[in-house]
Design a protein around this ligand. Sequence first.
Ligand code: DX5
Ligand code: ZN
Length: 227
Amino acid sequence: MTGVRQPMIAPSILSADFARLGEEARAVEGADWLHVDVMDAHFVPNLTLGLPVVQSMLKATSIPLDCHLMIENPDRWAPPYAEAGARNVTFHVEAAENPVQVARAIRAAGGLAGLGIKPKTPLEPYLDMLHEFDTLLVMTVEPGFGGQGFIAEVLPKVRKARDLVQSGHLTLFIEVDGGINADTIEAAAEAGADVFVAGSAVYGADDPGRAIAALRRKARAAAASSP
Ligand code: DX5
Ligand code: ZN
């Protein structure tokens, strides 16, 4: 890839008002993707929403949906999100029986396939399968809750993935999720991330649209100054 990376901002509706999801989606119309955290109270301790809510959101907004499935058995449950029309469907490698098969099913349904890895999960064992994916989501907090502190120790995984993209070995969105805000986004962008999930930093701001623009500016400047 040549030129300056164009950062993408994906506000997470985990920090939005769940009783007003349509309005909350419209409040971030300048965003690139809308990040939807699906939690099943098994893979993570928290419980959020599932496919019926995603189907309703697809009707309520034109922002592409980035579904982050923090669920057991994605082998069975992930492809229907792509069939419903989600742009990107990320599931966790720690939960999947056969990640490559799931990725192929997501792609066959017309979605981008994302592989999610928790902070303590190494990247190395999965490098060989990354060509089956469109997105690598590197968790920068333990999955389950919004508003946690950014774990900078995971950034070497972002750097490794960026090296593989830069050297032409992979075409991949590199997404970071958790604790991304005006203080942390530059470090993530310098490491090579190009999709930035932000929950509390966007929905906790007085003006979500301005928060998105400010995050994008910072990420772009940091990407431009990194090798
Ligand atoms: C955490 C979720 C994140 C969360 C991020 O498990 O995957 O998407 O919404 O929230 P912030 O940006 O507040 O850390
Ligand atoms: Zn998420």
